[in-house]
Design a protein around this ligand. Structure first.
Ligand code: NAD
Length: 303
């Protein structure tokens, strides 16, 4: 099937994920509009994109000669209509909240060109719960990135009830063009593929800490030793953001009504204290230089 090419991208929500997604598109040659409701968030996004790009240059993944051209492809605005006006593809990465996302999609439907495709990077909300906020249910889908985007290069693509083959194929080709392996989610699934599996691990890791069975450090240590990985589930939740984890758990809980799915107290306690993980300098660990990065971390256990 020959499908229309994406020529320009708009990212709505320029936080942790939006910034990475926008940068990935710019690195691969796409002009990108970054939108956020907050000017401060856009400012932070520009700074973080420049430093993430430097990290990629240092790692030899991007040529230093390209640096300025890549950054010049990215523009920032607090005006949604300006960001959306010329987009062929819009990728939404705002808060994990159904009402907020539906409102963003309703406005985007108004401001994006009629042929534009609207995608959500939601971690747990199926596009079929958002599609009715638009008049183009054939042109919407889930496109789920994981972080760090440039180091973990895959996306999960999932249709709504009316997503057309053309929309799906266009985005599949686009994803490949920005260096992502595009996995097809073959039927509707809260959490797609990877997040379902990660969710089971995360839910149980939180319960083990919440029930006082083990410390977060020991949860991570046992996981890291047995699975031969460099990072444990609690450290990964710190990187994701404990508020984001709580919002995602809340979506699962609202869907299932199962009390064991409710976000556990250990999360709300930390969030109340402003301990959201890496972004606030404290979560399960303190940053920078969290204990789990120490060479001795796996040689000891909590007292
Ligand atoms: N954090 C992760 O590891 C991760 C991974 C994959 C997917 N996701 C998903 O990506 C989305 C964003 O997560 P994040 O971690 O980047 O969150 P974040 O809090 O870092 O960023 C969200 C941004 O959206 C902005 N925003 C909120 N409401 C808005 C609106 N109505 N209009 C415009 N901007 C608005 C906020 O100002 C903020 O800058 C969520 O749906 C999350 O589930 C997150």
């Amino acid at each position: 099937m020959s499908v229309p090419a994406i020529k320009s991208v708009c990212v709505v929500g320029s936080g942790f994920m939006g910034g990475q997604i926008g940068l990935q598109c710019a690195v691969h040659g796409y002009p990108v509009w970054m939108h956020d409701a907050s000017q401060a968030a856009l400012q932070r996004c520009a700074e973080e994109q420049a430093s993430m790009l430097d990290e990629q240059i240092e790692a030899g993944a991007v040529s230093a000669d390209e640096r300025q051209a890549i950054l010049d492809r990215i523009r920032f605005t607090t005006s949604l209509s300006e960001a959306a006006a010329t987009a062929d593809l819009m990728i939404e990465a705002v808060k994990e909240d159904l009402d907020v996302k539906r409102e963003v999609f309703r406005k985007l439907d108004e401001h994006c060109p009629p042929q534009a495709i609207l995608a959500t990077n939601s971690s747990s909300i199926r596009i079929s719960r958002i599609e009715t906020a638009t008049n183009r249910p054939d042109k919407v889908l889930n496109v789920h990135f994981v972080q760090p985007v440039w180091k973990h290069p895959f996306v999960e693509l999932m249709r709504g009830t009316a997503t057309s083959d053309e929309t799906f194929e266009t985005v599949r080709e686009f994803a490949s063009s920005i260096g992502m392996v595009p996995f097809r989610v073959r039927c509707e699934s809260t959490g797609f593929i990877f997040n379902r599996i990660w969710r089971a691990v995360k839910k149980e890791a939180l319960r083990v800490v919440d029930l006082g069975i083990a410390t977060a450090e020991d949860v991570d240590r046992t996981w890291m030793i047995q699975m031969e990985t460099s990072m444990g589930p609690c450290a990964l939740m710190d990187r994701i953001g404990l508020d984001v984890v709580r919002d995602i758990e809340q979506v699962y809980y609202e869907e299932s009504g199962d009390p064991t799915d409710a976000p556990p107290k250990v999360l709300s306690d930390k969030i109340e204290k402003g301990e959201l993980g890496v972004k606030t300098g404290k979560g399960f660990y303190t940053y920078p230089n969290p204990a789990w990065e120490s060479p001795d971390f796996l040689r000891e256990a909590s007292p």
